[in-house]
Design a protein around this ligand. Sequence first.
Ligand code: AMP
Length: 583
Amino acid sequence: MSAPILGIDLGTTNSLCAVFAEGAPTLVPNSLGEFLTPSVVGVLDNGEVVVGAAARELRVTRPDRCVSRFKRLMGSDHTVDLAGHRFTPPELSSLVLKSLREDAAAHLGDEATDAVITVPAYFNDNQRKATKLAGELAGLKVRRILNEPTAAALTYGFHDRQAEKTLLVLDLGGGTFDVTLMEVFEGTLEIISTAGESFLGGEDFTDRLAGLILKQLGLQLETAEMRQPLLVARLRQQCESAKQQLSDAAEAVVAVPDAEGRIAAGGKTVRIASDAFAKAARPLLDRLVPPMQKALRDANCNLGSVDDVILVGGATRMPVLREFVEEFYGKTALVKHNPDEVVCLGAAIQAALIADDRAVDDMVMTDVCPFTLGVDTAKHMGSQIKSGYFTPIIHRNTTIPVSREETFSTILPNQREVTVEVYQGENRKVEKNLKLGELTVDGIPPGPPGQEVFIRFTYDLNGILEVEAYVAGSGKKFRTVLTQHAASLSPEEIRAATERLQQLKYYPREDMANQRLLRLSERIVGEIASFHRQQLEEAIDSFEAAMNSSDQELVAGARATLEYILSALGYSVPQDKGDDHGE
Ligand code: AMP
């Protein structure tokens, strides 16, 4: 039997991997035995790259050696300098994907080479291509780029195949918000419309909380981030856990770190009540409304015709969000599946559909293009010609795959050439939309204005656009898969980037649990009373020395001592559950 296709949820905050096995999707644990792998990359002092929980711990004490939230940079020309290396966002994502792939291979006992990777529905063409590239750089053949809410809907549809309903999926992850309206009918899932915001997520709520606390200290988040990065890194972590506590309790206490990011025993604390958080979060909640309205309007649907509102994404655990949504729709929201896992499980179901697994042979799914795609055109305005107008070729929420052709004409006498500028967006002026690329059509025969140029857009199941153009009778066809962005690399460039990534030194995955414990202990050193400090530091030193010696017996002994001291100090130590950990 061939290795299963991996279903991967590449998240802003956490990433997950699942496979479809024995008729059902199953999550794959990482080397720590956990399903969530933090999407954080770090570089240790010795130059070794760490990914996941160990990197997240390292970020607290050494924010300069770590990077997170890079999903938000996907598709842009940004690069990130990290410990003497320069990374593009797809390269950083590829390190997370590589870590998931290796964990899956270790768990499944089989090299996994193919994957379905999910993206926010509202990811544009550049962001999708960047995601596909990240997969390739991680040594994966990307079989499908799948919209996250569609993946969530697949999980709901898989478990409730006889339903006949209109469902609205609201997906609020770490960094993005997606709304998708769909109809389910006897195993057929039809996506009707989708809308969203690519810069709104749970991390913004954490930042609101951090902003609230910094304000009490007379500081502002943006300036504090530049001037006191250690304080902000530690405060963010404190606020992240306070935000999660506020999902279950009426208040949370946040210990305020000093400028070095240390939290001293008996130091300053700030008490945050859930209603103060709700008030600070309100502007973010209000931003949920326009995409929700747009999805309904595009589907010609009113609030009353939605049967179930499904919440997906870790940030929908916030009671303030649930209350807001329930008030908006006048009904209780549905959370039948774990909001952290539902997207990844859906990716594994999509993998089963691709592999023609018999367990899904009664399921059919159709998706839509989430935004309008078109070209820049000029118009005659009286005696003047004005350019910069956006002419759609594929309208948003058209079922995919789709291929549409439109006819345009030259506007100048003897015009021999046309540059087709391709845009994505909803504004009638191109300057307000996103330019995806351009294509030059030449060889137009001389003649009066009005020579016909045919432009065809083909949008595939991965949400990737191909543009073709030709002039009648010239016999020449011009084609592009839009190459102007950093995400579109030539095969040679991909090979060079892969080689560069392969030359990095990687911290061994089987020792990741030790690395995490080491980083966690380092953070705790700064938090405890000084008379315990020396004992803890000695235990850390012995543990680190044992790890460097690679003597497994020594490591186990030093680890046990360190764990004992940490638990005596009242800290719970995350348990490494091992590779054989099932669901
Ligand atoms: P996802 O991308 O779906 O993994 O969602 C990640 C986001 O969910 C992060 O911003 C987390 O802070 C947030 N999150 C996870 N658990 C909770 C919780 N219990 N309460 C509030 N937010 C949460």
